[in-house]
Design a protein around this ligand. Structure first.
Ligand code: AMP
Ligand code: GLY
Length: 422
């Protein structure tokens, strides 16, 4: 089958790499892709937020399956437009993608499904915000209801900062909402499930590192690294979360008449009182996908096609290779505030020769001279596998150390703590 992958990040590069390893996939086209993706498959320019443009492209390249990576096109209805042309699409409808597109909506569905999550107040005015903050007390959690490209959430013990963030959200326009939540402590886990709207197929759990600095300091980012699976997690975690969180959400969405088919991402906190949902996303996570797919041995194309066409129940149990994967993100100078772009990257060939290493590109482009240069904040996602987490880390950092990008930064402590257990 011929697959069109929409997006341009390391997540999409990892998805494409897995698709190409599936013998049922004859060809992959990516739009718009990046420099790394363009070295492996045909790429086409497209405005990923334009449903008609993406659907036209799917017809044009004779795609039999379209896989949508990022959330913005999903919320914009790109999956609906593709399906309207009679082409199978892995990605939820615009209505179902509201699980990510509106935190207030997600809270409502969680309440209907009986899914454990943080107590929350949806507020439209600053007085409501202040009384919700005082009800929960510090640390304060203030969220933008809508998509905010990773900048929507502030967690702080500084009440004035919490109020200021709420004020900034509410000032964006009429009808805008902010969600004030109870603080959840404990380790965070990302658990992805592939679903056709009825059957739920969980993947291995992962953990990502959101802060820019080592020791989880500094500003929030799109993610500076990840590892999977989690040596410290209870062996029943995936089954428990599937039964108590993922399946009930999928069932409620179907009963509401807005089935969720695609990738349901549960962001979880392992609190002292049990597992709680922090958020849902309607797509594969980045950078967790790089490590989750690195361990998956089942043919990804077949599984995504089965999910897109309502046949997931027929898919055999997923097969995972033993061991662990780690990914380290190389970010541009100034990321996440104001990333510097246009710097040439060197050492990629040598790094790719390191054992068990995959180099996934994110913000990269090809210069007029044919060199690979940075074009975004998160530039590369260096992914490695090992029988232990410690070995996977060694391989990943050996490759990271061969790559040169002026001013770039990365964290040296990805999976370091967990490696002492796995
Ligand atoms: P979100 O965009 O909802 O994933 O939030 C981004 C990050 O903010 C999460 O990964 C958590 O680290 C943090 N966060 C969100 N909600 C809470 C909460 N209720 N308690 C503690 N931390 C939170
Ligand atoms: N890794 C966080 C996300 O994909 O939203």
């Amino acid at each position: 089958m011929k697959v069109l992958v929409i997006g341009s990040g390391a997540r999409e590069h990892a998805i494409i790499t897995s698709l190409m390893a599936d013998d049922s996939v004859s060809e992959v086209v990516a739009a718009p892709g990046n420099a790394g993706i363009a070295r492996e498959v045909d790429t086409r320019p497209v405005d990923v937020t334009d449903p008609v443009a993406v659907a036209d492209l799917a017809v044009d390249v004779a795609a039999e399956l379209v896989v949508i990576g990022p959330e913005v096109p999903l919320v914009a209805g790109v999956a609906d437009a593709v399906r309207d042309r009679g082409i199978a699409c892995f990605g939820p409808s615009a209505e179902a993608a509201q699980l990510e597109g509106s935190k207030a909506f997600a809270k409502q569905v969680m309440a209907e499904a009986g899914v454990p999550t943080a107590m929350a107040h949806v507020c439209t005015g600053i007085d409501e915000v202040e009384s919700a903050l005082d009800q929960f007390g510090p640390p304060y959690v203030v969220k933008d209801d809508g998509l905010a490209a990773g900048k929507g959430v502030v967690v702080t013990s500084d009440r004035a900062e919490a109020v200021a963030h709420a004020r900034a959200i509410l000032s964006k326009g009429y009808g805008v909402q902010t969600v004030i939540e109870e603080y959840l402590d404990g380790e965070e886990v990302s658990l992805f499930a592939i679903t056709d709207g009825t059957t739920v197929l969980p993947l291995q759990p992962a953990q990502d590192f959101k802060r820019a600095g080592e020791g989880d300091t500094g500003p929030n980012t799109g993610g500076m690294g990840a590892y999977s699976p989690l040596p410290w997690a209870p062996p029943t975690l995936t089954a428990d979360v599937t039964e108590r969180v993922l399946q009930p959400m999928v069932d409620v969405m179907r009963h509401r008449g807005t089935p969720f088919a695609g990738l349901l991402y549960a962001g979880l906190a392992m609190t002292s009182r049990g597992v709680r949902v922090i958020e849902f996303n309607a797509r594969f996570g980045d950078p967790e996908t790089q490590v989750v797919l690195a361990n998956l041995r089942s043919p990804l194309g077949r599984v995504l096609m089965a999910a897109a066409t309502g046949h997931l129940a027929d898919v055999p149990p997923l097969v995972w290779q033993s061991g662990y994967s780690v990914t380290v993100v190389i970010a541009a100078e100034g990321y996440p505030t104001s990333p510097r772009t246009g710097d040439v990257i060197s050492g990629l060939e040598r790094a790719a020769e390191e054992v068990n290493v995959d180099i996934f590109h994110a913000g990269t482009t090809i210069t007029d001279e044919g060199a690979i240069a940075s074009s975004g904040g998160r530039v590369l996602s260096i992914t490695a596998h090992g029988e232990t987490l410690a070995r996977a880390r060694e391989h990943a950092y050996a490759a990271v150390d061969l790559i040169r990008l002026e001013g770039s930064h990365h964290r040296r402590d990805i999976a370091a703590r967990a490696a002492t257990e796995g």
